[in-house]
Design a protein around this ligand. Structure first.
Ligand SMILES: [Zn+2]
Length: 261
């Protein structure tokens, strides 16, 4: 997202279509694997949740699908320099949230397809880390409200993500030579949370973790450093999500949830 787009998406992000369950958000997880299309998406949609989980003892792993190479319109900024900068920013942001490991898949920013290669790589990371909860973008989001059209990388990462969870992670014959035959045993996750969505039905209390979320977002200096309204936007979005959830919370993040246990 660009700051201008994000500002206009705030109200839409804060309007979940399904009723939220305040009890569900108190669920604890042992290990979380969070897929993000670009560096900064995961923090924007779920930075407080990641920080909260880490503070509760959940091991949080972040998997960044693209290399972020489209993150500058300045022709003088070199491609490899920008990729390195964004990796460093992502590692710094992850550290502020308590994320224990960052995996970079290196797909080309702006050109992501729901490919078998991407599905295979996502399945591999699920089978390698064996999380009980996985997080990835909602692929059904073509647009938010009247002013933000979703980035195509977000939708396509979301499509590949759902395919990687079901049937990918549990099905031995899929990509067998590259996965099962190389020691990547099937894995059934217990919960799936879709991020970057207006379909949220799983609300997480973000109060007490917004400072860390904001610090992590500010770590993406090449993308967000010039956005003076960042803090107001992020706090306002958390308040609107909380209000819309009907949970009585003051600041929140929300996801569309699926449970398999
Ligand atoms: Zn993005």
């Amino acid at each position: 997202m660009t700051p201008a787009e994000e500002g206009s998406a705030a109200e839409a992000l804060a309007a979940p279509e399904a009723a939220s369950n305040p009890l569900a958000s108190e669920r604890r997880f042992a290990k979380a694997l969070v897929f993000t299309p670009h560096p900064d998406d995961a923090e924007l949609s779920g930075g407080a949740t990641m920080a909260k989980w880490a503070s509760e003892g959940t091991e949080v792993i972040l998997c960044v699908v693209t290399n972020g190479a489209m993150g500058s319109n300045d022709p003088s900024v070199g491609r490899e320099e920008l990729i390195a900068t964004r990796q460093a920013e992502q590692r710094a942001a992850a550290g502020m949230l308590g994320v224990s490991e960052v995996v970079f898949l290196g797909y080309e920013d702006g050109y992501v397809e729901d490919s078998h290669e991407l599905r295979r790589d996502m399945i591999r990371e699920i089978r390698r880390h064996r999380p009980d909860v996985v997080v990835g973008p909602d692929p059904s989001m073509f647009y938010f409200g009247q002013q933000y059209m979703n980035h195509p990388d977000h939708r396509r990462v979301g499509e590949a993500f759902l395919a990687a969870v079901n049937p990918g992670a549990t099905t031995v014959p899929l990509y067998r030579a590259e996965l099962y035959d190389k020691g990547f045993e099937p894995h059934q996750v217990k919960a799936v949370l879709l991020s970057l969505t207006t379909n949220g039905d799983f609300t997480v209390d973000a109060e007490g973790f917004m400072d860390r979320k904001l610090a992590a977002l500010r770590a993406h200096d090449s993308q967000l450093g010039a956005w003076e309204g960042l803090e107001g936007f992020v706090i306002g979005m958390a308040e609107m999500i909380a209000t819309s959830s009907g949970t009585g919370l003051r600041q929140a993040e929300s996801f569309k949830a699926f449970f398999f246990d």
